[in-house]
Design a protein around this ligand. Structure first.
Ligand code: HEC
Length: 131
């Protein structure tokens, strides 16, 4: 019985530790991303007009990816693992600003990507606002 309980808690613990929190993601997005991408992520933030490259509409990420939300691309783009534009684009890299405890998000192919909780939560919120 004891062994069974131990096994059960090992199965449950990682799931709890890695839970995504889209509501916290929405708040972090408002704080760090909305100046450019807009509060609803549609690319209409107040800074959009002065940027040399327009911030993309983040509600269309799935539509641009065959209907599948590109979770891993989003996470890596935000934390700076992938730098899309050579020599750096206008979008800042948030790996250090949004650093903290790790979280995980299950991606389009069922894999889990580990990144900081804040980045994972933002990606989870963005997944929910896809059109
Ligand atoms: C200073 C303005 C600015 C801020 C702040 C900003 N972005 Fe961006 N973002 C851009 C621009 C411009 C692009 C397009 C060019 C590029 O990729 O660098 C972009 C691209 C992206 C992409 C890639 C979209 C695609 O089509 O693949 C994602 C995802 C993204 N941003 C998410 C975020 C998130 C999440 C935050 C907050 C943590 C954020 N951005 C903050 C300006 C910004």
């Amino acid at each position: 019985m004891r062994a069974l309980l131990m096994i059960a808690s090992f199965c449950i613990w990682p799931a709890l530790a890695l839970a995504e929190n889209p509501a916290m993601g929405r708040d972090a997005f408002a704080d760090h991303c909305a100046t450019c991408h807009g509060l609803g992520g549609e690319g209409d933030g107040p800074m959009a007009a002065v940027l040399s490259v327009a911030p993309p509409d983040l509600t269309r990420l799935s539509a641009a990816n065959g209907g599948v939300f590109p979770a891993s691309q989003v996470v890596w783009r935000v934390d700076g693992t992938t730098e899309v534009m050579a020599h750096g684009g206008p979008m800042p890299i948030f790996g250090l600003i949004l650093d903290g405890p790790s979280g995980g998000i299950v991606t389009e192919d069922g894999e889990e990507v580990i990144a900081s909780e804040a980045v994972v939560n933002i990606a989870a919120w963005l997944r929910g606002i896809q059109k």
